[in-house]
Structure formats: C-alpha cells, structure tokens
Design a protein around this ligand. Sequence first.
Ligand code: AMP
Length: 382
Amino acid sequence: MTKRNLPILPGSAIGVLGSGQLGRMFAIAARRMGYRVHTLSPETDTPTGQVADVEITSPYDDLDVVRRFAAGVSVVTFEFENVPALTAQAAAEQVPVRPSGAVLHVTQNRLREKIFLTQNGIPVPLFRRVTNAEELRHALSQLGVPAVLKTAGYGYDGKGQVKITSLNPNLPPSTFESELVLETFVDFDSELSVIGARGLDGTFAHWGPIRNTHTHHILDISSTPAELPETTVREAIEITRCVLEQLDVVGVLCVEFFLAKSGRLLVNELAPRPHNSGHLTFDACLTSQFEQQLRAVCALPLGSTTLLRPAAMANLLGDLWQEGEPNWPAACSWPDVKLHLYGKLVPKSRRKMGHLTAMAESVEDAVAAVRQARNSLKPGFV
Ligand code: AMP
C-alpha cells in the first residue's frame, strides 16, 4: 500500500472545496468523528465555514492559495462540482483529491456526462449538441418537441434551461453564448435518485432509490423507500454501481433518474458529491451520505446504509421567510421531525436555507408529516 492509500485517521484535517450546506453537513459528520475541517471558497461566514476549524476566503483560481490550503490537510474533497479543473489539479500536487479531478471533468459538463453514460450503455434522453440557431433548428427537426435546451456547463436547479415547444423557436441571441445540449422532454412518471459511495478499495454502498418531487425545477420533497418494482430498484442500483466503477469514484456520487411512464429508467444527471435528495440519510440511516463521504475519502471501511425508519425530507427555501421569521417552535413540536438550518444570513427567494426530515411508520405518513410540519412554519399558522 502506498503512503497515499493509507487510511487517514481521526485528528487529521480534511480540506473541502466549496462552502455551502453540503460542506456544512460533511463538516458536522467529520467533526463528530474527531477530524478537523478546512474549507476554501470565495465567500466568508459560510455555512461550512461556520462549523469548520479553518475558513479560507479566496477565489478558486488563486492556485498559490489552493496549494497552501491543500498542503495544510491530509486529503481534499469538494461539495460543489464546478470547482475549476486547475484548482483540483493544484490541490492534487499536494495531497489526494477524492473524487479525482477526472470525475469533476466529466460531470461538470452535461455533454461530456451524456457521452460517458452512452458509451457505457446507460440510457439517457436523446440529445444533440447545439452551438447556434441553425444547429438548434436541425436538432429540433431530429428530436421533435417538446424538448429542453440546457447549457452544457454550470447548470443546476433548472438554471440555464428552457423548455422548447416550437420547431422554430424565437430565442434571444445571448442563448447561444455558451455550449448547449438539446434533449427530449421526458414525460416521466416520477423522478428518482440513487446515491452511491465507493471506497478506495472499490467497495460499493448505496441507500436504494429515493423518490423526488420538484417545484419550479428545485427539489421540494424526497422520500424513501421509493416503493418501486423490484426490477426497477435493481436496475437503478446497477446503473449507479456501473457509474461509480467506470468513473473510478472514491467518495459519494448521486445519479438522478427519470422513470418514464413506459417504466424505462433514463439518467438525467450525475452529481459527484452528497446530494440534496440524500439529506434524509442524516437522520434516517445508520450512516449518512456525509459520513460515508468522509469514510471513503479517508480510505476507511464504508458504514452500513440501513434505513432506520421510512423518511421524507422537505426543503426550506428563502420564500418561506416572506412574511417574517418562520415559526420554529411549531416545527419542533413534531416529535418525529428534525430541523436543519444552514446558517445562511439572507433568505433569498429559491435559496435553500434548510430542510426538515420526518420519520414515520410508512413513507406516506412521513411525506404527510413533513408537509404538515413545513406548513406549520408559516407565521400565523394555527
Ligand atoms: P436538471 O437541472 O437537469 O436536474 O433539471 C431540473 C429539473 O427539470 C429536473 O429534475 C426535472 O424535473 C426537469 N427536467 C430537466 N430535464 C428534463 C427533461 N429532459 N424532461 C423532463 N423534465 C426535465
């Protein structure tokens, strides 16, 4: 075993590139196990920085700062996949970066990601690369409408995407300033995700499919177990295992699926990190996605993913603050509901400020409870 593959033990410092809520929950899991956490991002007083030992504020492309940051920790991971490739490279000169920059490279760009998936025989919605209006018309004549046009890079929560319903759409010229992907609109029955983890020794773990519903393209509710036919469960897990193996991931990766009305699974996208749909694992599973990421990047054995009780998670967006401070005591009056807040100071519309997780005897009851608990947060709710 080379020195780089030795387990990184409690007491060591872990570097996190990015500083949002994913890094915060990772840091909480890491500190619980006696690790120190350093975070680097361009912001200050961040959700991760508030619970980390060290918060470095620097642009990602200041490579000298990145090298110094990496030299101060035993391993670097990330909580945000749009970290520039050169940043990951500079960190990797000092210590292992897990998952690797190569995983980031594929998953940072929808086109590269879809080509990778197709080459591995994994079904995705039909797609075409588009760089100008002429190519868009040509692609639409092949794929038909409705279709969805997405920026190839830097898109999330529906940002940089537009649904197209005409074969000759009238889009502003600025649309074509970046590389685009046109894909068929999937008339789905439901959206699912499988979060997988892979250790340095190739061990694979997963939490099974999670059912997701979105509002305005942003995740609203996640619940598990997803209560799907056994063949669908097996196929979704097999695809996830294949993605983690083929990308040689060390860490956690989420595969987002559409379950088409025909019963066919199609991969929508990959996220090479813990995922919003896995937040319920924090309270409802023996090992959360955050602790599993820590174990994987530290070359430790993975923990059990056993689900303790059926669970549902509801996101709390900044919109909830519109009429004043939410009624926190009301949310805490639900004994089987856990409140998570990310320490963000400004509650902007659509901004993820926190979440609730409800646990119950059945997944239906957990979904009902988490919705009711969220409703009770609205000021004046009785
Ligand atoms: P994305 O940023 O690609 O994850 O998209 C956000 C959400 O938009 C997805 O979770 C879906 O609800 C919806 N969406 C994206 N692409 C498609 C598609 N090709 N067909 C139907 N709905 C889509």
